[in-house]
Ligand binder design. Structure first.
Ligand code: FCB
Length: 467
């Protein structure tokens, strides 16, 4: 057993998002979001639940900061709900909405925790969806207006800003596969949406820097490496296809100012684009999108294995034995995090990288001693951190790690059926219970090191939850 240290100043953190934890969806002037609406449609949320109360964080944030402090977090990534700030989407600012985040930021700073807000983590004001949402180019100006309003208010205290969380999910899950709000099945629309997300990121970055000269601005991409099932040419090409669709469609515009030609050709072949001239791209867009980033956030959960189907079409490989799956059905594959970091570093060379989310859904009961012994989550975190540390040793400028998630929460289309938290939440009582993984992470943040074999967590006296 040995302790693997991280460099001084490495940021230990955790993440959440507004729609998943806040609740209070009709309070203090908040407008309706597309996820409030989506959850009203029968069959969209697995357990029939909705995010109206969630973790009630809107009322319990002071207590939640105490838990973050207990964990020893250096930073906390949360998101800001656009419908609280500008309930009408554009125009009138709702003062209580800004006041809420203002107080949260002060509370975090008092606790010695750096606030790390994301401006858009999927809760679009429904009124903007009614006008076309991300498919309409007008949304770019609306997002810039909203971003400026937030950063004007919080920018004296908040330095690090994320524009968007996971544009791929918004575009593909929301507009092509229909699993997420707004629930469309329109591949051509998804490409337009992706472009408006990227463009709004670029324009908002400029606006944020205008408000806060010392701002650090980045975007968060959910990186998923694709591996070929075999070394056949067809499978290798299927992996290339996946990488173009999932990763390069976003990272190439951001870092290279152009959509990847091979992935454009794939979309033309699929009939999602009429030709390689992207109709939604206007003069100046690609320059705006590729404005230099201060950091890139990567969310990593798993990998994909690809193969060529019977007609040569790229598809998820069947019949590949997987050692360990989380409750999401996602393969546990820490080596994929190492590969992803190395690949992003060599291909795009961002100045700084954060792992902006990483974690696993496992449902463990509270045992007779009141303990949630989530050993598999501890193993997951440990092995991913060790993979990340190896990438750092090999030159990747990784500056921090945000565990997903601080607490169990509303997991989108899965409702409350998937538990990702370091803290368990009893959704009847709203009690937060530190899982073994929280005790383990607390040791990591305190020692700035990960034990490379043990997954043991403090026992006995030291288990007392002494906030
Ligand atoms: C990511 C999302 C986050 C959460 C995790 C499990 O895609 O950013 O909100 O749902 O997955």
């Amino acid at each position: 057993m040995s302790r693997i240290s991280f460099p001084d100043g490495f940021i230990w953190a955790a993440a959440t998002s507004s729609q998943q934890i806040e609740g209070a969806v009709t309070e203090d002037g908040r407008g309706m979001s597309i996820w409030d609406r989506f959850a009203m449609v029968s069959g969209k949320i697995e357990d029939g639940s909705n995010p109206a109360v969630a973790c009630d964080h809107y009322h319990r944030w002071r207590e939640d900061i105490e838990y973050m402090k207990w964990l020893g977090l250096d930073a906390y990534r949360f998101s800001i709900a656009w419908p609280r700030i500008i309930p009408g989407g554009t125009g009138q600012i709702n003062a209580p909405g800004l006041d809420f985040y203002d107080a949260l930021v002060d509370g975090l700073l008092e606790a010695g925790i750096e606030p790390f807000p994301t401006l858009y983590h999927w809760d679009l004001p429904q009124v903007l969806q009614d006008k076309g949402g991300w498919a309409s180019r007008d949304i770019v100006d609306a997002f810039v207006e909203y971003s400026a309003a937030v950063t004007r208010r919080l920018g004296d205290r908040v330095q690090s800003w994320v524009t968007h969380n996971e544009p791929w999910c918004i575009a593909t899950l929301g507009h092509e596969e229909g699993h997420h709000a707004p629930g469309l099945h329109e591949p051509a629309t998804a490409l337009r949406v992706a472009h408006h997300l990227l463009l709004s990121h670029g324009r908002a970055t400029e606006a944020i820097r205008g408000e806060i000269p010392k701002a650090e601005v980045g975007i968060v991409h959910n990186y998923c490496p694709g591996y070929p099932a075999t070394d056949s040419a067809g499978d290798i090409d299927a992996a290339r296809w996946f990488d173009g669709f999932f990763n390069r469609w976003y990272l190439d515009p951001l870092f290279k100012g152009a959509y990847p030609a091979d992935a454009i050709a794939d979309r033309v072949a699929a009939g999602h684009l009429e030709s390689a001239d992207l109709p939604f791209v206007q003069d100046g867009d690609m320059a705006a999108i590729s404005i230099p980033l201060d950091f890139l956030g990567l969310n990593y959960y798993s990998r994909n294995i690809m193969e060529a189907g019977p007609d040569g079409e790229p598809r998820d490989a069947k019949n590949i034995p997987k050692e360990e799956l989380t409750d999401m059905g996602w393969e546990v594959y820490p080596e994929g995090l190492y590969d992803s970091l190395m690949k992003v570093h060599s291909e795009y060379a961002p100045k700084k990288i954060y792992i902006a989310e990483n974690g696993a859904a496992y449902d463990y009961p509270v045992d007779a001693n009141g303990r949630i012994a989530d050993i598999k989550r501890v193993t997951y975190f440990r092995d991913h951190l060790l993979a990340a540390r190896r990438a750092m040793a090999d030159g990747v400028p990784l500056k921090g790690y945000f565990a997903w998630s601080l607490m169990d929460n509303f997991e989108w289309g899965f409702g409350f059926t998937k538990r990702f938290g370091l803290f368990g939440v009893d959704f009847e009582t709203q009690q937060r219970i530190p899982k073994d993984s929280a005790f383990w992470y607390r040791e990591v943040t305190a020692s700035n090191a990960v034990d490379d074999t043990s997954t043991s967590t403090p026992q006995g006296e030291s288990r007392a939850f002494d906030r």
